[in-house]
Write a protein that binds this ligand. Structure first.
Ligand code: MV4
Length: 507
């Protein structure tokens, strides 16, 4: 039994975890930095403990302070969320050593998957397909040339401690290996304190498809289907969906089996994700395993109906999973749009600041996971994610239509956001056809800043007009409590028709 959970995170994921705790009767403690003292998680949690100044290195990454806060408040478990300490084996270990139930896999599974060569080898031994490449760190660059020629250029140099694209270099010919190796190695050294590099054959137009897996402490391991995560920029996912537009029953069964084998190979317990690259022939290869709850978990929740965070808590408390693989049903289609305080017209430059207007969309098929309110701050210190808009529909088309409807309803002012970027993607013929790869944003987005401006004129005033209308009405109501009906602004009449004209040509 878990009675009180400390959440070692901030923002929307902390709110998400608090909600799961409320649903099953667990008390909550959050830790916060000075930048977050008025943030939504602090307002919502049963208890909140200040841990330090804004920089993460002095607050959300301080293992000792977080464990002290858990012990001081009498918490019996710790959820790391994602990012920060979520995949830090030393943190998982420190929690266990302090008698705290770490909501995640065993520390040794985190460590095993953190070493990308060890992970590759473990997968190979378990029959999970891996990309042709090296089985040890590169020692002398000339040693790899014969094998690289056999695999075929281009190859990709990767950091052993990597993930997230740091310390990676594509190499097109043997002569370029030494220079690329130096660059990759020194980047890896400064990013991870580990300069070791290995190589793989470079897949040129892959899709990124990942499988959600779940394991309990009784040896039950199941998968909950896939998420297509190819729409990303600079290794940051921006749109995820399930099912993948290219998925078939047969491919799901084969990839799902590989994902389950991957989890079994490292003694996995709790929620995890096995990432694959899928080439244009639909051959799939293990990429890496994420040993945490992921940002995009809601798309899986929407199509499977399973509350992943609730089951993370129950499995950690020693409950057995009540479902077997054959009980998992995939219903309909879900898409997640990450709403960042970033400016798509200015190379996605972070746009921290105050949310001076903030109105969330609602309605059929809409789920919004956010950790903010009108007037809240998006601090400069952390990832500028405002919220995740998830939509569900019986079909992909219905989900896309609801996505566009919800995005157009979403009114945010005070910071630039990625809302218009998502509207652009949803109208793009390649996205609509599901014909995407990891290069989609890079190859197709640059030329459209003009389109964003046109949309801005057409849609932004609609959203803002609705907000301003409501403000004025509220003020009027305060001044004259029994105002006659219909005495409000004109946007319900003539103005409404022009403001509400379809702007996307899709409905
Ligand atoms: C690759 C690849 C192509 N071939 N490996 C990027 C992050 C890191 N975790 C692994 N990554 C890649 N590994 C081989 N052998 C292409 C990428 C890659 C990528 C992967 C998933 C999602 C987005 C990506 C964007 C650029 C490169």
């Amino acid at each position: 039994m878990i009675k009180k959970l400390l959440i070692a995170n901030r923002g929307e994921i902390t709110v998400r975890i608090i909600r799961a705790c409320r649903d099953i009767g667990i008390a909550t403690v959050v830790v916060y930095s000075d930048a977050d003292r008025r943030a939504m998680p602090v307002l919502m949690a049963d208890e909140a403990v200040r841990i330090g100044p804004p920089p993460a290195a002095e607050s959300y990454l301080k293992i000792d302070l977080i464990i002290d806060a858990a012990l001081k408040t009498g918490a019996d478990a710790v959820h790391p969320g994602y990012g920060f300490l979520a995949e830090n084996a030393a943190f998982a270990e420190a929690c266990s050593a302090a008698g705290l139930n770490f909501i995640g896999p065993p520390a040794k599974a985190i460590a095993a998957m953190g070493d990308k060569i060890a992970a590759r080898q473990m997968m190979e031994h378990s029959g999970v397909p891996v990309i042709p490449g090296s089985d040890q760190p590169i020692q002398a660059v000339q040693d790899i040339i014969p094998a690289a020629r056999r695999a075929g250029f281009p190859i990709l140099l990767k950091a052993v401690a990597g993930g997230g694209g740091k310390g990676m270099r594509v190499v097109y010919k043997a002569e370029d290996i030494p220079h690329a190796f130096e660059a990759a190695s020194s980047e890896a050294q400064s990013a991870f304190g580990d300069g070791r590099v290995f190589w793989e054959k470079y897949l040129e137009h892959p899709r990124h498809i990942e499988f959600q897996i779940f394991a309990d402490k009784f040896g039950n391991v199941i998968h909950l289907g896939e998420r297509e995560c190819s729409i990303q920029r600079r290794h940051q996912k921006v749109i995820e969906e399930s099912p993948s537009p290219i998925m078939t029953e047969d491919l799901r069964e084969r990839m799902g089996k590989a994902a389950v084998a991957a989890a079994q190979a490292c003694g996995y317990v709790n929620a995890g994700t096995v990432e694959f690259l899928v080439d244009t022939r639909r051959d799939f290869y293990f990429l890496e395993m994420n040993t945490r709850l992921q940002v995009e978990h809601p798309v899986t929740e929407l199509v499977t109906g399973i509350d992943l965070v609730k089951w993370q808590l129950r499995v950690a408390a020693g409950e057995e999973l009540p479902f077997r693989q054959e009980n998992i049903v995939h219903n309909g289609h879900a898409i997640e749009f990450r709403i960042y305080a970033e400016d798509p017209k200015n190379n996605f430059l972070p746009s921290p600041g105050t949310l001076s207007v903030y109105r969330e969309p609602h309605g059929p098929g809409v789920r919004l996971d956010s950790g903010v309110y009108e007037g809240a701050e998006i601090p400069v210190y952390y990832d500028p994610l405002i919220s995740k808009l998830n939509v569900w529909g019986k079909t992909r088309n219905e989900a896309m239509a609801r996505g566009l409807r919800a995005l157009e309803e979403y009114a945010i002012a005070g910071v630039a956001t990625t809302i218009k970027f998502h509207c652009w993607a949803l109208r793009h013929p390649l996205f609509r056809a599901g014909d995407i790869s990891t290069h989609f944003v890079n190859d197709h987005f640059e030329s459209i800043s003009g389109c964003l401006d046109i949309e801005e004129e057409a849609i932004r005033p609609l959203a803002l007009a609705a907000v301003i209308y409501e403000y004025r009405r509220a003020k009027k109501r305060a001044a004259a409590p029994i105002a006659p009906r219909g005495s409000g602004s004109s946007w319900k009449g003539h103005g409404r028709r022009t403001l509400l004209r379809p702007t996307n040509g899709l409905r």
